[in-house]
Design a protein around this ligand. Structure first.
Ligand SMILES: *[C@@H]1O[C@H](CO)[C@@H](O)[C@H](O)[C@H]1NC(C)=O
Ligand SMILES: *[C@@H]1O[C@H](CO)[C@@H](O)[C@H](O)[C@H]1NC(C)=O
Ligand SMILES: *[C@@H]1O[C@H](CO)[C@@H](O)[C@H](O)[C@H]1NC(C)=O
Ligand SMILES: *[C@@H]1O[C@H](CO)[C@@H](O)[C@H](O)[C@H]1NC(C)=O
Ligand SMILES: *[C@@H]1O[C@H](CO)[C@@H](O)[C@H](O)[C@H]1NC(C)=O
Length: 474
């Protein structure tokens, strides 16, 4: 295996100071410790604590934040966190080390508020700004042995009318796999975390696991809220999912779980998730979410200037469930030899993804050989734009831009007062009246200098403009 010697050398060198975790590899439909050969079950929590103003921030760049929380996550019995948003230009070494020291792996989403696959006009968001960002995030984390996998996108397919987004999603997965094979010191799996859309749940899962090996996802996460209160293996629908995913050939797990319709949450599903009924097919899951936010899914509350952590009843209930749940030994009856899926057929208004993927944008192919270059962090350009001709053909000047883009621009306006959307406005002379109401368009304007699909302003130029305007804080 290509990563063998490099990883071992790194481990040997590193073990002088500390013992890094063994990389996890995919075999059949399960995860395994690459050194001990033991099966790896995800026992995880989704981790995205907001900053003191309630804004999305990178929790792994701030040792005060991660060192506040990691002991509590470890005390829950967790071995994995999922982080949804990082700044790929920041230094993560201290928090990554603390995770290593506490036996915790990282499942990392590469999308940020401004750089992600756009649900409404996916093909235009598939551009070199997106790929440079995703590849640079791979670069920023690939050297940590406790990175479990990269999540190419979260819930971009969220209904029966957004399934064409899956075509771009799969192209992005393909490109990230190729980048990792050429630029990363070891193989790190790339996958997707799906909304649990009952109408086309299986089409999506099979689509991402069909066709050429180079195009297939390497894991499939399901954000699943079907077990509420004192439910059961059958009532929750887990049983049906296990039956339907029985022939699936890559690892599947719950990338979010923890329905909160009944509170406090008892988390009785933990015993089912790690039972001998489920583990031949599922590889565990991650509870949504560590810190309490307005949507009321938290295990802990953080107060007093971000310093004080209060454990909520859900925390103790979850800890109790892990305390009384023992994982079966051995390989859990995983399926070593399932075949990749058949590509699901086109069904209008239900499944409209294309089995022929778009080629990688020409400007991005240089990254495969030369590397992604400097990470642009959260101050880089957005990849989200739509040609004016397309906008005018659907009527109106504001984009039906993805919620991600709008939300982020709004957030940036709120948090900094000198948001990237205003940079876009000043730099392009756009007459957008208010960043808050036309955020999608404003963000799009950053990259929509000139006309035409491929005539983006170069990322460096945007950074330079920001710099000139004094808007980039160093
Ligand atoms: C999909 O349908 C929903 C609800 O009908 C609608 O709000 C949304 O704009 C549609 N999305 C697209 C991309 O057509
Ligand atoms: C911190 O949390 C504890 C409970 O965990 C509480 O008793 C204490 O008053 C809190 N302190 C502050 C300063 O909020
Ligand atoms: C779970 O086990 C840990 C370690 O044995 C113990 O400290 C904790 O009190 C237990 N918690 C619950 C809720 O059972
Ligand atoms: C697995 O089963 C599903 C239906 O449950 C089917 O759509 C899929 O093609 C099957 N895959 C293989 C490889 O047999
Ligand atoms: C699928 O993509 C290919 C290549 O981009 C294109 O030629 C074809 O028309 C697409 N098919 C559908 C149904 O959109």
């Amino acid at each position: 295996m290509k990563f063998g010697s490099a990883v071992m050398a790194a481990l040997v060198a590193a073990s002088v100071v500390f013992a890094d975790l063994n990389p996890i590899v995919v075999k059949g439909n399960a995860f395994f410790d690459s050194v001990t050969g033991e099966r790896f079950y995800i026992k995880g929590v989704d981790y995205q604590p907001p900053d003191a103003n309630g804004e999305t921030t990178d929790p792994l760049m701030d040792i005060d934040v991660c060192s506040r929380d990691i002991p509590y996550i470890k005390a829950l019995g967790m071995n994995t966190i999922r982080v949804y948003h990082v700044d790929n230009a920041a230094d993560h070494s201290e928090c990554m080390q603390l995770l290593q020291d506490n036996g915790i792996y990282l499942l990392l989403d590469v999308a940020t508020a401004d750089v992600s696959i756009a649900r409404d006009y996916p093909i235009y968001s598939y551009n070199y700004v997106l790929l440079q960002h995703n590849f640079a995030t791979v670069d920023a984390f690939a050297s940590y042995s406790n990175v479990l996998g990269f999540v190419a996108a979260n819930e971009v397919v969220n209904a029966v009318n957004t399934t064409d987004t899956a075509t771009v999603l799969k192209a992005v997965i393909r490109d990230m796999k190729q980048y990792i094979s050429m630029q990363s010191p070891r193989t790190i799996p790339v996958g997707y975390c799906a909304a649990d859309v009952s109408e086309n749940r299986y089409q999506l899962a099979h689509y991402l696991n069909c066709g050429d090996e180079a195009e297939r996802a390497e894991f499939f996460g399901l954000n699943d809220y079907s077990w509420c209160g004192q439910s059961s293996y059958t009532v929750s629908g887990y049983k049906e999912k296990v039956a339907n995913f029985n022939n699936y050939s890559i690892p599947i797990f719950f990338s979010e779980y923890g329905c909160n319709i009944v509170e406090p949450r008892e988390f009785t599903e933990v015993q089912a998730i790690y039972s001998s009924q489920m583990i031949p097919v599922f590889s565990g899951g991650l509870v949504y979410e560590y810190v309490q936010e307005a949507n009321n899914y938290g295990l802990v509350e953080v107060t007093a200037g971000q310093k004080n952590v209060t454990l909520l009843p859900d925390y103790y209930n979850l800890q109790h469930q892990f305390n009384i749940t023992t994982l079966p030994s051995g390989n859990g009856g995983y399926h070593a030899k399932n075949k990749p899926s058949e590509c699901p057929p086109y069904v209008k208004d239900l499944w409209e993804a294309n089995n022929t993927l778009p080629a990688m944008p020409e400007e991005a192919s240089q990254y495969l050989t030369d590397g992604a270059g400097q990470p642009l962090g959260t101050d880089g350009p957005s990849n989200q734009w739509v040609p004016d001709s397309v906008l005018s053909s659907v009527g109106g000047t504001t984009t039906r831009s993805s919620t991600a883009a709008s939300a982020s621009a709004t957030k940036r306006v709120a948090s900094t007062g000198t948001a990237s959307s205003s940079i876009g406005i000043s730099a392009t002379g756009s007459t957008a009246s208010s960043a808050a109401t036309s955020t999608g368009a404003a963000v799009a304007n950053i990259v929509r200098q000139g006309a035409g699909l491929h005539s983006f302003v170069a990322p460096a130029v945007v950074v330079a403009i920001s710099f000139a305007l004094g808007l980039v804080a160093f």
